[in-house]
Design a protein around this ligand. Structure first.
Ligand code: SF4
Ligand code: FES
Length: 400
């Protein structure tokens, strides 16, 4: 499928391939500008096995990863086309031996750098070296408020204690800290303690992130889906904490999709404000885009990033509003939420071009909501842990 925007001139691959092309031509990409921030998944390798990991179920092997020189070229290109922030993520980005070198290069080309990490591989020396290389911000993921729940969700013994230690080093080194907590049915009861933990760790910000159900999380939905009572309680706790902690801790929280009437403006709209770089250099419109089968993604090994942003079929397929079916096509919110999330539409309906079923106007919203409610009320607690083997079912504590 080609162009989906009605008001843009056709775009063709151009041998001139590069920023000059982007700047000179009227194109869809030009209409949207270049993202200010980009997520670089340096590797899919990770010592944790979280059952809601946003990486694709088919993880990219270490041997396919971009080399240090390739990543440096990518970072230079990003700076040249106007990107301001780079978020180093994974997998676990500190599994890359060249992370300090990459942060240094990003600093040298003028990028603001954020490290999104599980923190379990960090040492104080490593963190100090990253700070010396110009690292601007650290975000550490937590799976619970104490090691029992947290280590079980992470699938790694002593992970929680290491995270607490690394958070302390982060603040000792004067780096700003965000605590990221992914919440679901089996850890929501710890939310108040997680908020207190973030305060105790002297974090600037807490992201109370709800699981997004595609990829690994979709496999684990029966074990993760919260109940409506939990969501009501969560909203109450967050509201109270926000009022009490004004000026101490900023809290980001959005009601999870399945319990909202309108979907989120996922990724700020497909191909508008964001892109992701996979470990092997594929440029993706979102971190979960590879869950959508039938979309082909271009690699930085074959094209410049500017060319990909402008010409990639995967980006252009769902850009703007021209691709939309009803009810989105004639909906007053279509330029507000851009039809919600393409990955969720694909995961739940098999067609990424459908309205996101999280929207109450989607013809399948009710049926999907009912299924989710039934899962939330069920007693399935066992996780399928994320790994390179396609997942491993958690041992049954009752030995059944
Ligand atoms: Fe958004 Fe489409 Fe739902 Fe309208 S119908 S609110 S555009 S997802
Ligand atoms: Fe991919 Fe929403 S997660 S578009």
């Amino acid at each position: 499928m080609s162009s989906t925007l009605t008001d843009a001139s056709p775009v063709h691959a151009d041998p001139a391939d590069g920023l000059a092309v982007l700047e000179q031509r009227k194109s869809r990409a030009e209409m949207f500008g270049i993202p200010l921030a980009v997520l670089a998944e340096l590797t899919h390798r990770c010592p944790l096995q979280c059952p809601y990991c946003s990486n694709p179920v088919e993880l990219e092997r270490g041997g396919a990863e971009l080399t240090t020189d390739e990543w440096k070229r990518v970072l230079s290109e990003l700076a040249a086309i106007g990107v301001l922030q780079i978020h180093f993520s994974g997998g676990e980005p500190t599994a890359r031996k060249d992370l300090v070198e990459l942060v240094q290069h990003a600093t040298d080309v003028g990028l603001y750098t954020n490290l999104i990490t599980s923190a379990v591989l960090l040492t104080k020396d490593k963190l100090a070296a990253l700070a010396d290389a110009g690292l601007c911000h650290v975000q550490i993921s937590f799976q619970g408020s104490e090691q029992g729940v947290a280590d079980r969700v992470a699938g790694l013994k002593d992970a929680h204690a290491k995270k607490i230690e690394a958070a302390g080093w982060t603040r000792e080194l004067g780096l700003p800290l965000t605590v990221n907590a992914v919440m679901h049915r089996q850890n929501l009861f710890q939310l108040a303690d997680i908020i207190q933990m973030a305060v105790d760790l002297d974090a600037d910000r807490l992201e109370v992130a709800n699981v997004q159900y595609y990829g690994w999380a979709l496999k684990n939905r029966p074990a993760l889906m919260p109940t409506i009572e939990q969501i009501d309680e969560t909203s109450r706790i967050v509201e109270e904490a926000e009022a009490q902690l004004k000026g101490i801790l900023a809290i980001d929280y959005v009601v999870p999709d399945y319990y909202a009437l309108r979907p989120k403006k996922c990724m700020g709209g497909w191909g508008r404000q964001f892109f992701n770089i996979s470990p092997s250099g594929k440029i993706l419109p979102c971190h979960a885009a590879e869950t959508i089968t039938g979309l082909a993604f271009e690699s930085v090994r074959d094209h410049s990033i500017a060319w990909i942003w402008q010409n990639s079929e995967a980006f252009n397929r769902y850009r703007g509003t021209g691709w939309m079916p009803e009810p989105c096509r004639s909906c007053e919110y279509k330029e507000i939420d851009y039809g919600g999330c393409r990955c969720q539409a694909f995961a739940l309906t098999g067609n990424a071009g459908n309205t996101d079923p999280a929207c109450a106007l989607s013809p399948v919203h009710e049926q999907i909501f009912k299924t989710a409610m039934a899962e939330a009320a069920g007693d399935n607690r066992r996780f399928i842990y994320r790994n390179f083997a396609g997942g491993t079912l958690e041992a049954d504590p009752h030995g059944a």
